[in-house]
Design a protein. Sequence first.
Length: 105
Amino acid sequence: MKGLRCTTCNCEFNRACHCNAGVIKVSKNGVCETKQKRRYGIIQQNSVNIEAAKDFDYDDGKELLIQCDCGECIFNKNRICTGSIVNMGDGLMKTKCFSKAKSGN
């Protein structure tokens, strides 16, 4: 999958809204379990986002695998996310998948 956008404001893998984790694990509740907080938090995240400008060395076509345990999501096929575009971001308490969709929605 190539269409992942991550807007979490404090994750070691987030570089200018792109995830560098390679494999992302999403829980049954749609929570990103791959997130790792940065040592210096949001301040360091802002610095990394500036350094990772699109015209530098970031590969926009990097393949990612999203392992999803959310059984009620229509994009979950055999524990792999098949959504063409996935949005991860900060919820009230956790980093969540905002692309999670139940059948019938």
